[in-house]
Design a protein. Structure first.
Length: 77
């Protein structure tokens, strides 16, 4: 009889501990998601920003040459 009461008390303690742990992880996830909407998304946004900054000079040259080609075509017509 004492063993089954001990088992029930132990089971209740384990269940309450798990419920508390689950609530704590949900709170941490909520705080993290409020600060950083999506870790993968922020990583790719940072990566895209770095890529665009690095290729800005090359893209400016490409855009200038395209504009020059359009200007030459308009001038010849």
């Amino acid at each position: 009889m004492k063993f089954s009461i001990f088992r029930q008390i132990l089971l209740i303690i384990v269940l309450l501990g798990n419920i508390h742990l689950i609530d704590a992880t949900d709170i941490v996830r909520f705080v993290a998601s409020k600060k950083y909407p999506d870790p993968k998304q922020s990583y790719f946004i940072d990566l895209l920003t770095l890529t665009l900054e690095a290729s800005k000079k090359n893209m400016a040259i490409i855009n200038c040459s395209r504009s020059l080609l359009k200007w030459r075509k308009i001038g010849h017509q």
